[in-house]
Design a protein around this ligand. Structure first.
Ligand SMILES: [Zn+2]
Length: 217
């Protein structure tokens, strides 16, 4: 990412930002600009979420293509391009899970594609879900409605437990975010972040399987 860009109008050199700090002309953001810089945030996974939303709405208004219809070709182009960058950046940063994945990327890491290994913390729960889903399929093909009804009640409990687990993981994620920039080693924080995010991904799949069972049983 370039650290300094030159204003197309007044030639001022400044760090990438939406408006030139000298002549206020709209500037095209470098396509590889990091999402924190887009919103003028310090590069850290924990920030004031309300401030992010406010900046996003301000920028969206200021960048709106209608406002730049009569501008130069540079401004019209920048308004379109920047709107796309700002929307992408906002979608990524406002969602803690996407933000976490993005933070991994910024730190040269990513979630493994081979996400099918059961996380040890979830092993028991996974086993329980699979057992109940198998029993459900069996009851369904045998046409034993009573068994299916009681199984659905059990699955409702499982769904609550999945929700609880998810809330716990979201708290862990927030706790991880809050520790960056403090004394903890970033290697440890990074591997914890990976673990939490892959647990979340796994839990989401499991939750989807249970939801699907509800719609088919
Ligand atoms: Zn300028």
């Amino acid at each position: 990412m370039p650290t300094v860009v030159r204003c197309w109008r007044c030639q001022d050199e400044h760090t990438p930002q939406v408006f030139c700090p000298v002549c206020e002309a709209l500037q095209p953001l470098p396509p590889d600009i990091d999402y924190f810089t887009v919103f003028g945030l310090v590069r850290a996974p924990m920030f004031d979420e309300q401030a992010l939303a406010n900046t996003y709405y301000d920028l969206s208004r200021q960048l709106h293509p209608d406002l730049h219809q009569t501008g130069t070709a540079e401004e019209q182009e920048a308004s379109l391009q920047n709107t796309a960058v700002v929307n992408r950046a906002y979608r990524t940063l406002r969602d803690p899970v996407q933000r976490g994945r993005y933070w991994l990327e910024l730190n040269g890491e990513q979630l493994g594609k081979e996400n099918n290994k059961v996380p040890p913390d979830l092993a028991l729960l996974v086993f329980e879900v699979q057992e109940k889903l198998a029993a459900g399929r069996e009851a369904q093909s045998a046409g034993t409605d009573d068994a299916l009804t009681s199984l659905k009640a059990e699955l409702t409990q499982v769904r609550d437990e999945l929700d609880d687990r998810m809330r716990g993981l979201q708290q862990k994620l927030a706790a991880n975010f809050s520790q960056w920039g403090q004394t903890n080693s970033s290697t440890e924080l990074l591997s914890e972040l990976k673990r939490v995010l892959s647990d979340i991904a796994y839990l989401r799949t499991l939750t989807r399987d249970v939801e699907k069972a509800f719609s088919t049983f």
